[in-house]
Ligand binder design. Structure first.
Ligand SMILES: NC(=O)c1ccc[n+]([C@@H]2O[C@H](COP(=O)([O-])OP(=O)(O)OC[C@H]3O[C@@H](n4cnc5c(N)ncnc54)[C@H](O)[C@@H]3O)[C@@H](O)[C@H]2O)c1
Length: 243
């Protein structure tokens, strides 16, 4: 397992299902955590170690992003950035739901761009900065009713490649992870019953991902051994997108 002792990992959406698993795995790897969420992650931070901190932030607010990320960098440094926060709003492509489209793009695509830009001075100072953007299988293939979500996640994959291209010269790598459905409490509600049975059948391994599996992939990408991997998408989907 990667040893991340002495490194600070900034995780957005840390109060959520995958974010919590990320926090647990990064803490187990020795990292100090800067947990960012619009919700409350303070119990999680305290449970995982005395040096961890939480920052309340609405990722829809660009000025707040700039201010909060600069504060995190000044207080803790930033060695690893995990852009994990996201919203999953689904609707048929003919539905002109501007509010849902804009929120999806702002949280899933604009925020990762702005958070990374604000974190850049600290990632540079780290000398071995890592960016890990949490995309989705829906950013790779067409899935019903995923026009906004899928477009935001496909955009995030390309944003990752551009970050990888532009910032490698600063010792920074940028990669994305594209999970299938992950068994968080919320996802299990959305994919319950017959819909969930059918969705599992469409995945060659016959099951959804566990939050810990996505967290383990992120810890790997953050570690020393992944230093040559840059601009890549680690597809953690049980084979959903291979055919
Ligand atoms: N769960 C899945 O099936 C699945 C599959 C593929 C990809 N993903 C992606 O993984 C990431 C995490 O998903 P999850 O399942 O843990 O979701 P989740 O809803 O459990 O957690 C998302 C977190 O983001 C936070 N957040 C939302 N809007 C915010 C805002 N404006 N400002 C700050 N924080 C905000 C929420 O408070 C929440 O804690 C997302 O990017 C999601 O798109 C999830």
């Amino acid at each position: 397992m990667s040893d991340l002792s002495g490194r600070t990992v900034l995780i957005t959406g840390a109060a959520g299902g995958i974010g919590t698993a990320m926090a647990e795995r990064f803490a187990a790897a020795g990292a100090r955590l800067a947990l960012v969420d619009i919700g409350d992650a303070s119990d999680l931070a305290a449970r995982l170690g005395p040096d961890n901190r939480t920052y309340s932030l609405d990722l829809g607010d660009p000025a707040a992003i700039a201010e909060t990320v600069a504060r995190i960098g000044a207080e803790m440094g930033i060695d690893v950035l995990v852009n994990n926060a996201g919203v999953g709003m689904v609707f048929p492509a003919e539905t002109a739901d501007l509010a849902a489209w804009d929120l999806t793009m702002n949280i899933n695509l604009r925020a990762p761009w702005l958070v990374a830009a604000a974190a850049l001075p600290f990632l540079k100072a780290s000398g071995r900065g890592r960016i890990i953007n949490i995309s989705s299988q829906a950013g790779l293939v067409a899935i019903d009713e995923h026009a906004a979500y899928g477009a935001s996640k496909a955009g995030l994959i390309l944003l990752t490649k551009i970050q990888a291209l532009e910032w490698a010269r600063f010792g920074i790598t940028a990669n994305s992870i594209a999970p299938t459905v992950v068994e968080t409490p919320m996802a299990l509600v959305g994919w319950s019953g017959e819909k969930g049975v059918k969705a599992r059948q469409e995945i060659p391994v016959g099951r959804f991902a566990k939050p810990s599996e996505i967290a383990a992939a992120a810890v790997f990408l953050a570690g020393e051994d992944a230093g040559i991997i840059n601009g890549e998408t680690l597809v953690a989907d049980g084979g959903f997108t291979i055919r």
